[in-house]
Design a protein around this ligand. Structure first.
Ligand SMILES: Nc1nc2c(c(=O)[nH]1)N[C@H]1C(S)=C(S)[C@@H](COP(=O)(O)O)O[C@H]1N2
Ligand SMILES: [Mo]
Length: 256
């Protein structure tokens, strides 16, 4: 799916929602014709898509209770970025860390960890699903991305939030990065997490800061976030697909 797909599909969803009753009524009249079963098939698929889009993009991901927590929250992908700047920051317990927020914003700014802790926070117990076939339930606490955005004030042209990470993924030094659209950026469960299970976020899970985008798959949840940029397209970033794994062929919208 291309980055513009969600938009196109949203428009489609609105059209379908508006025309749904009409469509169902005409189904009634159409039953009995030879080609009807076919139409119903695609109609059913369409309505699944419609329901998914109309409900799930705004709805909340399931939340769990303390007894549901996985005994340990495993680490996947990078577990300790092989990067001198990162290692310097980690050695000082991230006291010198600053999250730079730039791009299509009125007020570019850099946030210290203390400043990130002062932003309105949210705590949530959610299930993380990795495409590699494992899941884990963890309790995350972090600054609401919406609160950070209200500080930097996105310009109207901003369409995506891009997260740049510390960890190199290959010998050329290509670094992990990810992106989400403004709808997910403002979702109440989208947080910049600095705590896991009541403890400071471990390095293995993305210290000092990783994003939680709870209605998407694990690879969207960028760890080791060093910098955030608001952009109108991915044209000049990596291979232009919106993320490290997307550049290797993964879906940009990894909804579950
Ligand atoms: N910077 C960075 N973020 C990343 C990854 C990574 O390798 N580097 N792996 C992704 C994948 S595939 C998953 S499943 C989760 C794993 O998070 P965890 O290490 O906390 O389990 O982080 C995601 N975010
Ligand atoms: Mo993953």
């Amino acid at each position: 799916m291309t980055p513009s797909e969600p938009n196109r599909r949203r428009v489609l969803a609105r059209l379908l929602a508006a025309g749904g009753a009409l469509f169902l009524a005409s189904c009634d009249r159409l039953s009995g014709t030879a080609w009807f079963p076919n139409l119903l098939d695609s109609g059913e698929k369409l309505s699944q898509v419609t329901q998914h889009l109309v409900t799930s993009r705004q709805s909340m991901a399931q939340e769990f209770a303390e007894p549901d927590l996985s005994p340990t929250f495993r680490s996947n992908g990078s577990a300790n970025p092989d990067d001198p700047r990162y290692q310097f920051l980690a050695a000082g317990e991230f006291a010198a860390y600053g999250l730079k927020v730039s791009g299509l914003v009125e007020h570019p700014a850099t946030f210290s960890l203390a400043e990130l802790h002062e932003l309105p926070a949210r705590t949530q117990i959610t299930r993380h699903d990795c495409v590699e076939g494992w899941s884990a339930i963890g309790k995350w606490k972090g600054a609401r991305l919406s609160a950070l955005l209200s500080r930097v004030r996105p310009k109207p042209a901003a369409r995506y939030v891009v997260f740049y990470c510390a960890d190199p993924m290959d010998d050329e030094g290509t670094k992990y990065y990810e992106s989400i659209d403004m709808e997910d950026a403002y979702h109440p469960q989208t947080i910049l997490a600095y705590e896991l299970n009541g403890q400071p976020l471990p390095i293995a899970n993305g210290a000092p800061l990783r994003v939680r985008v709870e209605r998407q798959l694990g690879y969207k949840m960028a760890k080791y976030i060093m910098r955030i940029e608001l952009v109108s397209s991915f044209a000049n970033i990596g291979e232009g697909k919106g993320g490290y794994w997307e550049d290797q062929g993964y879906e940009w919208y990894a909804g579950i």
